[in-house]
Design a protein around this ligand. Structure first.
Ligand SMILES: Nc1ncnc2c1ncn2[C@@H]1O[C@H](COP(=O)(O)OP(=O)(O)OP(=O)(O)O)[C@@H](O)[C@H]1O
Length: 289
C-alpha cells in the first residue's frame, strides 16, 4: 500500500539545535497515530515539515506522493490544527466555518454545525472574544469537519475542560469509524488518548525512538516485581527499560516476552504497563544514553 506520508532521513536544524534529526517513517492510509514526546522533542517541527510550513535541512518528504511545500494539490488534503492558530482580527466563529468550507474539499457543513452545538460555540461571536477553551474547541471543530484525508492535531486542547476533551475523543472516534482517514494526534495527555491511538510514534531529541502499533506495545511491555535473581532469569531475552530496588525485591520494566507461568512459579508478579508509563520509561532511558 502506498503510504500517505513517507519521510526519509529528514532533518531540520535551527542554528545549533537539531529539532528533527535524521528521521525516517511512514504514515499509512486510515490510521490514528499518536505523535508523542517530551517538551521540545520536535513534534511541532515535524508536523510543520509535513505540512509544508518549514523547509527541511535535509532528507526527503513525500505527502500523497509529492513534496508538500507550496503544493496546493497536496495541501488541500491536509488539515493542521494547532494550539496557537491565529485568525484574521475581524473573524467571527461563522467566518471560520466559512473559511473551512472554502478550504477543504471534503468539508461537512452539517457535521461542523453539530460540533459547534456540541461545544456550545456562539456563531456570531468574534474569535478574539472567545475564551481559551472555546478557541481550542473551534480548532477541533475545523479539524474534524474538514474530513481532510491527512489531519494533524497538535496539542489541540489548551484550556479545554475534561468534558470537552472527552467530547473531542468521542466525536473523533465515531467520525473516523464512518470516514476513515489518517489522523496524527500530538499530545501530552497520553493516558487520555491511549485507547484512541492505533500507532505510536515517539520522538525524543529529534529522533524517532519508537514506531510501533499500539496493540503490539500493549502486550509487550510489563513490570516484574520479585526476588532479583528470579527477575533476572525471566528477563534475559528482553529489552530492559527501567529497574529499581525495593528492599529485597527488584522491580524491572521490560519490553519482550516474559513467560507468565514461569513468573508465577518463581513468585514474580507481572503487571501491564500503560502507554504513558512506557513513554516515560523510554524517554528517560534515551535521556540518560
Ligand atoms: N523557529 C525556531 N527557531 C529556533 N529553534 C526552534 C524553532 N522552533 C523550534 N525550535 C527548537 O526546536 C526544538 C523542537 O521544538 P518543537 O516545537 O518542535 O518541540 P515539541 O516537541 O513540539 O515541544 P512541545 O511539546 O513543548 O510543544 C526545541 O528545542 C525548540 O526550541
Amino acid at each position: 500500500m502506498t503510504p500517505v506520508v513517507s519521510v526519509q532521513d529528514v532533518s531540520k536544524r535551527y542554528r545549533s539545535v537539531a529539532a528533527v534529526d535524521g528521521v525516517s517513517f511512514e504514515l499509512l492510509r486510515n490510521g490514528i497515530y499518536g505523535l508523542l514526546g517530551r517538551n521540545g522533542a520536535g513534534k511541532t517541527t515535524l508536523m510543520q515539515l509535513l505540512t509544508g510550513q518549514q523547509f527541511a535541512t535535509g532528507g526527503t518528504i513525500r505527502v500523497f506522493g509529492a513534496d508538500p511545500v507550496e503544493n496546493s494539490q497536496v495541501l488541500k488534503q491536509v488539515a493542521f490544527v494547532k494550539e496557537s492558530q491565529r485568525y484574521p482580527d475581524t473573524f467571527r466563529v461563522r467566518n471560520v466555518l466559512l473559511a473551512g468550507r472554502l478550504l477543504f474539499p471534503d468539508w461537512d457543513e452539517a457535521f461542523a454545525r453539530s460540533l459547534v452545538a456540541d461545544f456550545d460555540l456562539p456563531l456570531a461571536r468574534p474569535v478574539k472574544k472567545l475564551s481559551r477553551g472555546m478557541l481550542s474547541a473551534l480548532g477541533v471543530v475545523v479539524g474534524l469537519a474538514s474530513r481532510a484525508p491527512l489531519t494533524f492535531f497538535d496539542e489541540p486542547y489548551l484550556g479545554l475542560d475534561a468534558t470537552s476533551r472527552q467530547l473531542f475523543y468521542d466525536r473523533l472516534l465515531a467520525d473516523y469509524a464512518e470516514f476513515p482517514r489518517t489522523v496524527v494526534l500530538s499530545t501530552h495527555l497520553i493516558d487520555e488518548v491511549s485507547d484512541l491511538i492505533e500507532h505510536v510514534l515517539l520522538i525524543e531529541r529529534g529522533r524517532i525512538v519508537l514506531d510501533e502499533a499500539a496493540d503490539t506495545l500493549r502486550g509487550q511491555v510489563v513490570t516484574l516485581t520479585g526476588p532479583a535473581s528470579a527477575v533476572d532469569q525471566l528477563i534475559v531475552n528482553t529489552d530492559e527499560l527501567h529497574r529499581e530496588h525495593l528492599g529485597p525485591l527488584t522491580r524491572a520494566t521490560v519490553r519482550g516476552d516474559v513467560p507468565a507461568g514461569r513468573a508465577r512459579e518463581a513468585g514474580v508478579q507481572l503487571e501491564p504497563v500503560s502507554l504513558q508509563q512506557l513513554v516515560v520509561r523510554i524517554t528517560a532511558r534515551e535521556a540518560v544514553s
